[in-house]
Design a protein around this ligand. Structure first.
Ligand code: GLN
Length: 309
């Protein structure tokens, strides 16, 4: 299963050398102190094969704030718990072409967010997971610990509190959607779960291991099935078209893989049937995507030809 035509370690080492001049470029997220104070001169990348072999370079074992990357896993859990297509009545699956925290489309589209990876969509998905499981953020943490094999994966209470303190826009999104009947739980409780999810700390190694379920067409680390093959395909498709917000077209053009970014500077990417990747460098571009992270994935698919195109 792990037979591969590539020396993945050599590829990652090459990628790290090639993007070194970009590490530190861009600006770390500034909306909360815990992110603004992160040293921008960090870079890590990890790759996990279908069989679970891990390769890494740079700061690949350093935990960082996963932020919106967890939206992928929340979606996977909600779709699995829902067990059908009804989630898609509450959230769309079209690229928004707008920033991740935008409010503008919601009024025209009756409180139905464009996709699950902008903040509005992730709030709806978290609301569904909360209704279906009774504790959305604990379900997510449990899943991430199991898939990464790392029992130390945890929430960061300081980040979660900071998110709350600066959470007016997310609160506005949630209340606005609630006014259309598209949120079932009380908004303050929903926001708690959303901010806990944003605060989860993981390393590139942890994230790549967790994303392996999407490379393995829905099979979890223990061999049980989380998603049907088409469920995994659908999530990968939405990652490709919406995972990097209003830069998803550019990301597809440069990287050519399903990918999901977070404002902590991390990005996960999936090569279906081959491997899962995670990269981290805190400096962000104007869309909220890691400058060195996008460049590293670009180099990876250029060197290996392993894009989906
Ligand atoms: N905590 C951030 C927010 O809700 C997550 C956004 C992101 O990572 N793109 O605004």
């Amino acid at each position: 299963m792990d037979a591969t035509p590539f020396d993945y370690q050599a590829v990652l080492d090459q990628v790290a050398r090639d993007v070194a001049p970009l590490v530190g470029a861009g600006t770390p997220a500034e909306y909360i102190p815990a992110l603004a104070s992160v040293d921008p001169a960090q870079f890590g990348m990890a790759l996990v094969t279908m069989g679970g072999k891990v390769f890494g370079v740079g700061d690949w074992q350093v935990p960082f704030s996963t932020q919106s990357i967890t939206k992928v896993f929340t979606l996977a859990l909600a779709l699995s718990a829902e067990g059908g297509d009804s989630l898609w009545e509450r959230v769309g699956r079209e690229p928004s072409g707008n920033p991740f925290n935008s409010l503008v489309q919601l009024e025209y589209e009756n409180g139905i967010p464009r996709n699950p990876f902008i903040n509005a969509g992730a709030l709806v998905v978290t609301d569904r997971l909360q209704t279906l499981t009774g504790d959305a953020s604990s379900e997510l943490l449990k899943f991430l610990r199991e898939e990464s094999g790392n029992p130390d994966v945890a929430f960061d209470a300081e980040v979660a509190a900071s998110e709350h303190e600066h959470g007016d826009r997310n609160a506005a999104l949630a209340h606005f959607m609630a006014s259309y009947g598209n949120i079932d739980n009380p908004v303050p409780a929903l926001l708690d779960h959303y901010f806990w999810q944003c605060s989860i700390e993981m390393s590139c190694a942890d994230l790549a291991r967790a994303a392996r379920v999407l490379a393995r067409h829905g099979l979890r680390a223990d061999g049980s099935r989380l998603l049907t093959r088409s469920g995994a395909k659908q999530i990968n498709a939405v990652m490709l078209t919406c995972g990097t917000y209003d830069a998803a077209g550019e990301f597809a053009y440069r990287v050519g893989l399903p990918g999901k970014s977070g404002v902590g500077g991390g990005i996960v990417a999936v090569v279906p049937g081959r491997c899962a990747l995670a990269v981290w460098s805190p400096g962000l571009d104007a869309h909220g995507n890691s400058v060195a992270g996008v460049a590293a994935l670009d180099r990876f698919t250029t060197l290996t030809g392993m894009s989906v195109f």
